[in-house]
Design a protein around this ligand. Sequence first.
Ligand code: SF4
Length: 176
Amino acid sequence: MITTTITESEFEDLKVGGTEVNYFIVCPRKLWLYAHRLQLESSSDRVGLGKLLHEEAYPREQKHELLIDSLIKIDVMEGSGKVVEVKHSQGIKKAGQLQVLYYLYYLKRKGLTGLTGELRFPRQRRTESVELTASEEQDVEHTLREVEKVRQLPMPPAAEWKGTCRSCAYAEFCWG
Ligand code: SF4
């Protein structure tokens, strides 16, 4: 039984992809642009690097890629039942953590409990465990509501320069 403050019908309205949750932490403007289909990601070298790292981050392990509700794609490792997300940098670790927590939360709502999460940083040869506690669930739910507020804005939030702008696919759009 899920103990949550978000009802099923509210969740149907609030659910988004993991990328949106990640971008909410990275930059609300980036979230808005992405959510409004200004998706420049495939042209970004940094994104290409992320995809390559993702492919190479599972040298000997078997994984199942779950596509749920045609919305979120989750890698679950066989045997351990771990939900794994690969990141090329630890720069905005909180964004990756929240993304994995959202996946665990989403799966829990689907009745898949007892899973754990793991962030992998292959370039730094580091991994980090992620666990969905009651307080993390509240954090995820709060984030989903905030993501929705940003998505509903009539215009994107103003650009604010930050370190991540250098490697952002929207840098030219914001600062060019
Ligand atoms: S370039 Fe900077 S301000 Fe613009 S969307 Fe990317 S992170 Fe946000």
